[in-house]
Structures are given as C-alpha cells and as structure tokens.
Design a protein around this ligand. Sequence first.
Ligand SMILES: *Cc1c(COP(=O)(O)O)cnc(C)c1O
Length: 386
Amino acid sequence: MSFIPYGRQDINAADVAAVVEVLESDWLTQGPAIERFERAIADYCGAAHGVAVNSATSALHIACLALGLGPGKRLWTSPNTFVASANCGLYCGAEVDFVDIEFATGNLSVAALAEKLQQAERRGSLPDVLVPVHFAGQPCDMPAIRNLADRYGFRIIEDASHAIGARYGDERVGCGRYADITVFSFHPVKIITTGEGGMALTNSADLATKMRRLRSHGITREAVEMECPSEGAWYYQQIELGFNYRITDIQAALGLSQLQRLEAFVARRSQLAARYDRLLADLPLGRPAMQPPMASAWHLYVVHLAEGSRRPVFDAMRAQGIGVNVHYIPVHLQPYYRKRGFRPGDFPEAERHYAAALSLPLFAALSEVEQDRVVTVLREAMGAAA
Ligand SMILES: *Cc1c(COP(=O)(O)O)cnc(C)c1O
C-alpha cells in the first residue's frame, strides 16, 4: 500500500499552466506576477500591503528588522513551534525567550504571558517583539494578546505559517487588526504553496517599504528613500544592509493560482478534521480543542496520546506506511538553545504537549478511504500499545 504523508501539496492543471505561462514570458523574477500575488493575498486577508519573499523564515527575519529588533532587544515566542519563529530574533542579535503554551490548543498561553510580563516589568526586561504562533492553523487569542501589547508596549509579529485562510470571528488572519505584521509560509506542506515562499502582511506603509528594501540588499530605486540625489535613470542606492530574499515570478504565479482554491482547501481540511473527530470519538485520546470564534485553517490535526504510548504508536503507524509526525519538539530543548541556557522543565506545558502529540495525515487531497486507513491503523497501534 502507498505511503500516506502527514501533509502534501495539491497541484492541478491550472497551477501548471500558470507556471508555464511565466516560464514563457519575459520575467522569471522581479516581474509583474509578484506584485499581483502580493495584492491578491493582501486583498484576500484585508491588509494594506503584502511583501512576498522566498520563505516564511525570511519574512520573519525582515519583519523583526523592520520593527527595530537588534542587539539589546528581546523577542518572545512560543516553544511549541518550528525553530524559525525563534531564530529570527537571534538573526537580529536580539535575546530570545519563550512563553509557555496552553496544553489543549498548543497555542501560547495568555495567562502565562500576562504573568511573565508582570515579572519582566519588575525586572526591566520587557520584550520588544512577541511572535505568537497560530498552532495547527487555529489563531491564538489575539484580542487578549493585543490588550497586553497595548499595556506593555511590545510589537506583534503573528507567525501565521499554518493559518492562511483562518479567521478570528469575522476577520481573516492577516488583516492586521491585532498584529503589526503577519507572516505566511507557502512551503508545500502548508495550506497553499509556491514550492518555497512566504509573505509578510502589514497595514503600515512604512513597515512595508522597509521590508521591501531588506528583501533586496537594502537597495532602493525610489528617489524619496535616497540619502543623496539620484545620478540618473540607472541609479540605485544601498541605504542599509539587506539580503536577497526575493521570490520568483514562477513561484508567485503558482501562489496566485493556488489562492483560487484556498477556500476550497480550508473547507476540505475542516471537513476531514470533523470526520476525524467523529471517527476517533470513542478512543482514549485528546482531540484538537477549538476556541470559537477562532476558525482554524486546519494545517494539522494533532491528537494527544496517553503517557508513554506516543513512541510505540508513532513507530507502528510509520511501519504501516502512515506518515504521522510530531509537532513540535519544543524549541528550547534543541541543543542550540540548551547551549544558550534553556533547560528541560523551563516550559512544562510545551514539554507535556510534545510528549503526547501525534499529527495525523491531513491535506486537501486526502481521500476518505485513506483517512479510514489512518484511523484503522491508529486503532490497532493504540490497542497494541495499551
Ligand atoms: C513552516 C513554518 C515556518 C517556516 O516556513 P518556511 O517557509 O519553510 O521558511 C515558520 N514557522 C512555522 C510555525 C512553520 O510551520
């Protein structure tokens, strides 16, 4: 039987045609498809500006720089995330720390954040930037986090790598109501893909300009941004140290085409998630906890297994060709972060989540027959592990 991965892209003939059209055009990169992609995503989410880059990791980096993160500044994020959500702070020379999660949702705990902020205020070590991560596609409690940001004066970059198409009530993630900048990933396992790619959304023209410059070497061709007069039509000026984080038109065309099916992808993912809920209802495991009015994009379907059974269940399912996965190894437990002083026990809920978590296959093209097989194999594996 064929292997069922935990996530995979869904590419159709229209996606292929869109890419071929760019390949046959005059622009493979820095052409018109990129701006169209940026406009389309920003409009869809209700944001003023979109800055497309070659990955969410790059988007997080330039978002941090645009918000002034640097040596002597502090970034806080969730330990239950991919390492990129924390590394972006270290790229800037800032100090990185974590806020423990809520076990049930895997999202950053507002109570833990409020407590840590109180302590930090007393010590004079408040964060400059907070990176909440919308784990599995369900938005964090952004209204509460926004209130704390207003009270303590930190900026917010939402790591919405899992959450394009998710909503906080009536508004879409990325609209900028709660965050300064929102970042999406278009890696093939995410909701829509460009192969590799990412985007930063913001309602601030100033932040968008800064991020556009940082994406391309810190260079500007706009006279208004230059520090001395233009010397002619060829002229460009590097006014800060940037990078080559550009996305290609080939990728942007794929992303534009994928965006046409975003709603259908999210609808299919939530239908499959509801079906998992029904099929697993009688099993002794924790199913994903939902927090209305937040509506998940359903990047992941993560169950919690009883202590000690995750490893045998994982191994048994992999042996049967089911590509289960684990999200996430807490970032503070990575050797690189341990060398920076973090220890087991620092963020107990994230560690408890890690010990129990198992991500079941979930992607738009997963068939119900395949999903039934996942559930059958999970039942057998849990029976054997019990
Ligand atoms: C995938 C992911 C990233 C990194 O995305 P890339 O586009 O691969 O750089 C960052 N944060 C989270 C939470 C992710 O899941």
